[in-house]
Design a binder for this molecule. Structure first.
Ligand SMILES: [Zn+2]
Length: 245
């Protein structure tokens, strides 16, 4: 019997050592998220700074950003790009759903995760979505330590979530230093930053309407998703096909 997918001996052991990258076989990239009292070591793969001479001495990260609506949808927190700026209207804004402006970074989450199927994920590449509050906190803790030549590229930090209602990436950040990404690459780690034009799914107005959005009459603002989510629930289960990215 030839079971070619089974590895043996040295090869099998080698695979055991191999960190599984980028959400494993499904190839889906999840967002970095901390529950209350969790912490994680992150290594940023992108986030260089524009030359200070062009920004009046301000820290401006050369990363993409957009308005998003994030809310519980079909059992998970889903993120939808707001179409207001690009198309002049947005079914989700029509529903008075709260929107955030997010900046997007790529980082490796050093935590070990075990999926429901028992698969071990380590050194997972994650989308780090940073809203205004989170950005302020990041700068508050890291400002002095950021190397203007490197920005966030290769920066390692410990992220912690002390308060349940803080941003999804946490509220306490500790600078751990800079690592040489080329060196990590030489060790077999995937240090390629994400191409957000491919990773973030843009659904136009029409598609959002077909999904049933925009039919609710405008009323009061709905609450932000992360304030209302029960922290004990599994927000972003691995291997869950309902996550829209
Ligand atoms: Zn909108």
């Amino acid at each position: 019997m030839n079971l070619s997918y089974l590895k043996r001996g040295t090869d099998a052991m080698k695979e055991l050592e191999n960190p599984v990258m980028s959400g494993g076989s499904s190839g889906k990239i999840l967002r970095f998220y901390l529950k209350k009292d969790q912490s994680a070591l992150l290594t940023f793969l992108d986030g260089s700074l524009l030359p200070m001479s062009e920004t009046n001495g301000e820290l401006v990260f050369d990363v993409p950003g957009t308005y998003e609506h994030s809310f519980m949808h079909e059992g998970v927190v889903a993120d939808f790009i707001c179409t207001l700026e690009s198309e002049g209207r947005c079914p989700l804004c029509d529903e008075r759903k709260y929107r955030f402006y997010n900046l997007f970074f790529t980082a490796i989450d050093h935590r070990k995760n075990v999926s429901k199927q028992g698969k071990v994920f380590e050194y997972n590449k994650r989308i780090v979505a940073v809203n205004r509050d989170a950005y302020k906190m990041l700068l508050k803790f890291l400002d002095e330590r950021i190397d203007p030549q490197l920005g966030f590229v290769g920066l390692q930090m410990q992220a912690e979530k002390v308060k349940a209602k803080s941003s999804m990436i946490g509220d306490f950040f500790k600078f751990r230093g800079y690592v040489d990404l080329d060196q990590l690459k030489a060790q077999g780690m995937d240090v390629e930053p994400l191409d957000f034009s491919k990773v973030l799914v843009y659904r136009n107005c029409e598609t959002l309407e077909k999904m049933g959005f925009g039919k609710v009459q405008a009323g009061t603002f709905q609450n932000t998703p992360y304030e209302n989510v029960d922290d004990s629930s599994e927000l972003m289960p691995l291997d869950d096909d309902t996550i829209p990215f």
